[in-house]
Design a protein around this ligand. Structure first.
Ligand SMILES: Cc1cc2nc3c(=O)[nH]c(=O)nc-3n(C[C@H](O)[C@H](O)[C@H](O)COP(=O)(O)OP(=O)(O)OC[C@H]3O[C@@H](n4cnc5c(N)ncnc54)[C@H](O)[C@@H]3O)c2cc1C
Length: 406
């Protein structure tokens, strides 16, 4: 999948031009990373009349794709972006959710409407389509550049870029994702704790089927397969222990087919298509948690602050919500207030984000299960413990959303 931001909606702009445009701003903000959090933040600040400098290490054609399920947490963020309609037309409602056990039999099928309807829709969207929606109001970005140094002499942040240029800002926001290199300029390695499931997954795009509102997962022994609809396609992730990944996707799928010969038409087709030569990306299933989200005038947002496993389908939603809360605090700040604004943002968001992260971590041993006995117990429990209970902490976050944010 091809990254379309920069080619269509965002305007590729030199770093020099972006820095000059922000020079007269009442608050000069640099955002490092034009992913989900960084782009959300940039677009919200632009709507509040600021001209943040947005830089992205990848090129405009970098691969950009996996599928996302977005919790209704994102609804007020799209509203603030003026992009609700674009989001709804670029995504599909995921109304139904089906779980299959280690033998491929259906354990349960849920109506997501019943679980989440009180809070809004649960929707499937490709990351590329989401980036287009976020970019739809335009704005500048510089691709192929990153920050190599951040100093705080007095009441500014001096940033050095890898093209040799330098500039001063009132605030720098680190939004460069789970494996953030910019975070390393601010925090020590001891301040970033990584949680490693020992598993990984191949992400592959397959053709849509007629069940375009159905998410389906196979909870196997030593294997997990998730299939999620987005506009016109079905995204799939085929997961297993990283020790089993060395032999490659084809060999992994062949073993899975032997262990689980029947798991319904969709699983059979997805596994066939996964190994038919189309592109597959491999992700290690790890997350991370930063001990602090700010240092003076430098703040962290999204996965750079707290990275997510995909198990609860909430990392992107939390990244967008945090960017929204941060944008509101920055937009209401004078340069002198920035350190306090960042501390206030962390105080408001960190407990929420870490609760969602804990929920995602707690689901990992259920989904990524290597032992036959444990998987048998898991399958029994899954029959009786409703998904609503498993996602309890996230439902609480939906009930208790940030108030007074514009
Ligand atoms: C396979 C998979 C499935 C997922 N499924 C879901 C789901 O269903 N629902 C959900 O809510 N979440 C899901 N997530 C999690 C979600 O994608 C992340 O939580 C979310 O992308 C975090 O946003 P971010 O902006 O912090 O990071 P990213 O979206 O990763 O963006 C970081 C950006 O920074 C750029 N960058 C990196 N390094 C630098 C640098 N040094 N300088 C400048 N730029 C840099 C990157 O190129 C990227 O554009 C999933 C994740 C994966 C991997």
């Amino acid at each position: 999948m091809v990254q379309r931001i920069g080619e269509t909606v965002l305007k590729e702009t030199s770093i020099r031009t972006q820095v000059e445009a922000s020079r007269g701003d009442r608050l000069r903000v640099l955002i490092v990373g034009a992913g989900i959090a960084g782009l959300t933040l940039a677009q919200l600040l632009r709507r509040r009349g600021l001209a943040p400098v947005l830089v992205e290490r990848a090129g405009p054609d970098a691969p950009n794709g996996y599928m996302l399920a977005l919790m209704p947490l994102v609804d007020p963020v799209f509203e603030a972006l003026g992009a609700t309609e674009a989001y709804r037309s670029g995504s599909v409602a995921m109304n139904r959710f089906r779980i299959r056990d280690r033998r491929g039999s259906v354990i349960r099928e849920y109506t997501m409407g019943g679980l989440l309807k009180a809070y809004g829709d649960y929707r499937g969207v490709s990351r590329g389509d989401l980036m287009e929606v976020l970019a739809s109001s335009g704005g500048a970005v510089t691709h192929g550049i990153t920050v190599t140094g951040l100093e705080q002499p007095g009441s500014v942040v001096a940033a050095a870029f890898d093209d040799g240029s330098e500039a001063e800002f009132d605030a720098v926001i680190v939004a460069d994702g789970l494996h953030s290199a910019t975070r390393d300029l601010v925090l020590t390695p001891e301040q970033v704790k990584v949680y490693d499931t020992g598993w990984g997954g191949w992400v592959v795009w397959t053709d849509a089927d007629e069940d375009d509102d159905l998410g389906e997962e196979l909870w196997g022994v030593g294997a997990f397969v998730g299939t999620y609809p987005v506009n016109g396609r079905l995204g799939a992730i085929v997961c297993g222990s990283r020790d089993d990944a060395h032999a490659g996707l084809d060999s992994f799928v062949a073993r899975l087919r032997t262990a689980v010969p029947t798991a319904g038409d969709r699983m059979a087709r997805v596994l066939t298509e996964a190994v038919d030569g189309r592109d597959a990306y491999y992700w290690s299933l790890t997350d991370c948690r930063s001990a602090t989200w700010s240092s003076g005038r430098i703040g962290l947002v999204g996965d750079a602050a707290a990275g997510f496993l995909p198990t609860a389908g909430i990392g992107a939603g939390m990244a967008m919500e945090s960017a929204w809360v941060l944008a509101d605090r920055l937009a209401r700040s004078d340069p002198a207030d920035v350190p306090a604004a960042l501390v206030g943002y962390e105080k408001a968001q960190r407990p929420r984000v870490e609760a969602a992260q804990d929920n995602s971590r707690n689901l990992a041993p259920l989904l990524f299960n290597d032992a036959s006995f444990a998987a048998t117990l898991r399958d029994c429990a899954a029959r009786y413990i409703p998904l609503g209970i498993m996602l309890g902490p996230i439902r609480k976050l939906l009930e208790d959303r940030p108030a007074g944010v514009h």
